[in-house]
Ligand binder design. Sequence first.
Ligand SMILES: C[S@@+](CC[C@H](N)C(=O)[O-])C[C@H]1O[C@@H](n2cnc3c(N)ncnc32)[C@H](O)[C@@H]1O
Length: 201
Amino acid sequence: MTLANFVAETKRAAPRKRGRPPLGNRAMTVAERSRRYRKHKVESSAPTWSTPPHITAAVLEAFKRERFCLDPASPDPPVTPCRRFYSVRHDGLAQSWSGELVWCNPPYGRGQLQRWIFKAIAEHQAGDARKVVLLVPARMETEGMCRLRDIGAAMLLLRRRLAFGTAGDRAPWASLVAVLGADAGELEALGRLLPDNRRIA
Ligand SMILES: C[S@@+](CC[C@H](N)C(=O)[O-])C[C@H]1O[C@@H](n2cnc3c(N)ncnc32)[C@H](O)[C@@H]1O
């Protein structure tokens, strides 16, 4: 077969698809990135946008617990192992977070994150929530993150982006586990048990 024939055959066998080729190694276009971001934004307000279970399992193991005392930002029924929970119906921001170990993966809607982070700090500083573990986007420039750093929260950056809930794709942002009130042993265990993380504060 001549080269010209071979090329003609190949083109017939694999007709060129319309649109852009699959991602493979190429970078995402701006349109693709914004489509993916919009998809996640919509899903982030859905009640089932839950923490991957291997993350909560690692946290519980590090703190040597079977359940969290409280999940204040939860669907009803809860999807994390917890003794108590607050859902939209109770409004976790308006409740006391008393408990030994509180897990909080807050809603990521506009303006929400900061309020939840501030609430977590207030509850911890008041002595109600003895230990608080937050799962939040690693946006270090935000007011909530700066406040967490100011008060000396430990922070473990998860270097592999998470696939939340039923979303097949990984989120288009990195996540961070911020911890208030843990002792050195618990933090060491967390660093060992959380997947691919780096302690950044
Ligand atoms: C990112 S999801 C986390 C779910 C679960 N706690 C977890 O870690 O998998 C945030 C949850 O907070 C709930 N939520 C939103 N506003 C709330 C409020 N004011 N009080 C309590 N829960 C709320 C949402 O319904 C959603 O289930």
